[in-house]
Write a protein that binds this ligand. Sequence first.
Ligand SMILES: Cc1cc2nc3c(=O)[nH]c(=O)nc-3n(C[C@H](O)[C@H](O)[C@H](O)COP(=O)(O)OP(=O)(O)OC[C@H]3O[C@@H](n4cnc5c(N)ncnc54)[C@H](O)[C@@H]3O)c2cc1C
Length: 370
Amino acid sequence: MNLSYWEYKTWLSNIDFTIVGSGIVGLNCAYYLSKKYPKAKILILEKGTLPQGASTKNAGFACFGSISEIVSDLKSHSKEEVLELVRSRWEGIQLLRNTLGDSKMDFQQHGGHELFLKESSELYNECSESLNDVNSLLKTVYGEDAYYFHPNAFGFNKIHNQYLSNRFEAQINTGTMMNSLLSLVRRSGVSILNSVGVTSFDDGQGTVKVCTNQFEFESGKLIIATNGFANQLLDQKVKPARAQVLITKPINNLQIKGTFHLDKGFYYFRNIENRILLGGGRNLDFETEETSEFGHTELIQNRLDTMLHEIILPNTDFEIEHRWSGIMGIGNKKRPIVKQLSDNLICGVRLGGMGIAIGSLVGKKLADLT
Ligand SMILES: Cc1cc2nc3c(=O)[nH]c(=O)nc-3n(C[C@H](O)[C@H](O)[C@H](O)COP(=O)(O)OP(=O)(O)OC[C@H]3O[C@@H](n4cnc5c(N)ncnc54)[C@H](O)[C@@H]3O)c2cc1C
């Protein structure tokens, strides 16, 4: 695109920091940079008309790890590592709450519950037996016993009679959270240009040349916060992982309230007002879902429909209103990649399925690295 002198001068010259990606990480990074360097010129480039990855597509669980996840992690990580993972999620949520305020994201702490299918008795028993140990391990994070047995009060079908629940888990409104974050960042003087995709960059001496699908310019530092799309610009160990979701139309007299994990977390659902939002099923076809293309498949959507009919709402009439997908960034480790790649290049990617919990912290850490 042939930009004018005014356009270059106003929007694209003397840029101190350019952030690629306006998800929760990119926005938090911009916010903390603006606090650290009040006079700096900070620019966010976002390829979507709205943020177009995971941060506006997710389920809005403010969660720290269901019990089966913790039990499984303890088999492949040390106790200290697991403690650290849970602590980072806990601290990340507190940071997000402090940054925005609970009302700006409709934070509601109804608790979270892990449900175990009847055929998963072995896992259920293993998790039940580990409950006390897990509570002791995580007491320094939560301050009290977080996990407990909860009766099947919502009448789910085909599951064990007790949930293993976490009293601190909460839910947010993902849309208002991201909208508030965008407003906060704009108010902090950061400029956000949408529909601009970064295609490549040249990490030269002193500055970085940034090439986009519309124009080129120089930036003091470049910060990549593109999560599941990271490999389009960087050589890091991040794979895209698509996650499919659906939401019902409003349901009369819906009693279900809270966040729910099912089948080792491969499925998750919650109420949002008087609707049910349900996602998951990547485990049915990992290969097809390892993609950065949005879309849904019959295989997974049919499974989600069946779960609603048979397990979640067995005695309730409902209709599906809407289906969508989002792209996560995952890898063989649960930790995000937050690192300085050269003097002027930093990345914060691979947020996995917990980016709401850790996104603020990762954004802040990126700003701290400058
Ligand atoms: C369906 C679903 C459900 C989830 N549920 C939860 C949940 O309940 N709780 C939880 O904690 N986490 C959940 N997650 C994970 C969480 O949403 C993510 O970990 C988090 O949003 C990642 O934030 P991010 O800023 O790193 O990435 P993103 O939000 O993906 O942001 C990256 C941005 O970079 C932009 N971009 C990419 N490439 C370029 C480029 N070349 N040029 C310009 N812009 C570019 C993208 O358009 C995107 O907006 C879920 C994810 C999905 C998909």
